[in-house]
Design a protein around this ligand. Sequence first.
Ligand code: BES
Ligand code: MN
Ligand code: ZN
Length: 486
Amino acid sequence: MDVVFSAVDALNVEVDLLAVGITGDGAADLSRTLGTFGQDIANYLKDRKFEAKGGASLLVPTFGRAKAKQLVIVGLGDRGTNDRTLAGAKVGAIARGEKATTAALAFGALDGATARDVLELVPVGNYAYDPYLPEAQKRPALNTLTVLDNGEGAAIAGAAIAAGVRAAWQQKARDLVNAPPADVYPESLAAEARKLESIPHVTVEVWDIKRCEAEGLVGIVAVGQGSARPGVLIRVSYRPPNAKDHVALVGKGVTFDSGGLSLKPTDGMLTMRCDMGGAATALAATGAIAQLGLAVAVDTFLPCVENMPSGTSYKLGDILRYKNGVTVEVQNTDAEGRLILADALILASEVPGVSRVVDLATLTGAILVALGPDYTGLFTKDQGLADELTGAYAAANEAVWRLPLVDAYNRLIKGTWGQLKNTGGRNGGSITAGLFLGHFVKKDTRWAHLDIAGSAFYDGQVDPYVKGATGQSVRTLVNWVEKLGA
Ligand code: BES
Ligand code: MN
Ligand code: ZN
């Protein structure tokens, strides 16, 4: 989506959809923007008892009094809240519904920070995944957004470019997650990762399954061995010359989670193409960080496998011996995410100079039980890192809630035949999964785990997202890194 700034009068802008933002009763905003026609609309809104709450909207006929084909009035809500960004997302969603490919935004003058938020959320609201829909059912994406009313257009042009990069990568994450598992498998993710090499200072290394075996990545080897699709370990390194800090990201890349021999029932398996959401999120964030040229080195590790039942599957009772010496009994082949993340966390915490490691994973159904679908679960013992990440989520208007890593619950994952077992029972399931991961991070490494099993993929439509992949946490990670490099 291209963003252009224009001083054209709102009544004269030739677009498919003109969106006029209003506050309060809207009368003043509407007459300033649309003159006498605005007064008529204000009366109409009054009759309809329209309230200018953030994201509220109403399509209004133009009666030929505006050059735009369609007119929508959008509530901007209160300043200093995320109401304006919700309004932006709403415009994106309405544009999609109305098959608008060009839209204009008359939201009044926007400061740089608000402009970036709004301009990020328009494409987020506009998103749809439709490559497999019949032509007649496809609705085109918005390709040009004209921002009106902005004397400061030049000043916020930079914000618009950054917003575009961030939104495009969020969309990439959503496309990768929504795509069917026949199209997305470990080697196809490796091909996606290799595309990042066109960005300056980015290198990509892919370890095929033979190399994973040779390197002792026992989790990737075991979980992937039941599938006809070989697993891979992907590493993306972004090393800008002016780096002020250095972080590592790890993302769970289970391209389909059938549960393996501990097979999931159909209902539980139906959405399990989402199980590479952590890898998609980490990859997209890395792409955005590199494309924005942020001054932080990033090493991103993506363990990718397909978890399938077959004659070659790993089995219950198998014991894995990890590179760091920890041994793990397999009690349930459906608790596979932690087994492959363990390999990647060992690698990530060995990278010289890395100050913080953050992993993202659609790790547990239990996080949905605890927090519902909207919230990402944050696990870390590092208060400073918790504060950084919580702040980054808030700045992206994404929901996060911290849960405790209760040391005593290590008793629940203590093994009988090995040091650990890969399940800890139903109670505190997200916490025991987090504790498990902690055994593969070096003691002195600052580390946080993000359980995105709920927030990465919605089973129904929840504003500003459509059903399916949300791409949440991409903009959050970019915010976090941006601050580290500032
Ligand atoms: N990929 C699932 C977790 C998941 C559930 C993601 C729902 C998104 C939506 C994970 O691999 C899994 O199967 N976890 C098990 C763990 C259990 C066997 C200890 C679970 O949550 O039931
Ligand atoms: Mn599983
Ligand atoms: Zn899984």
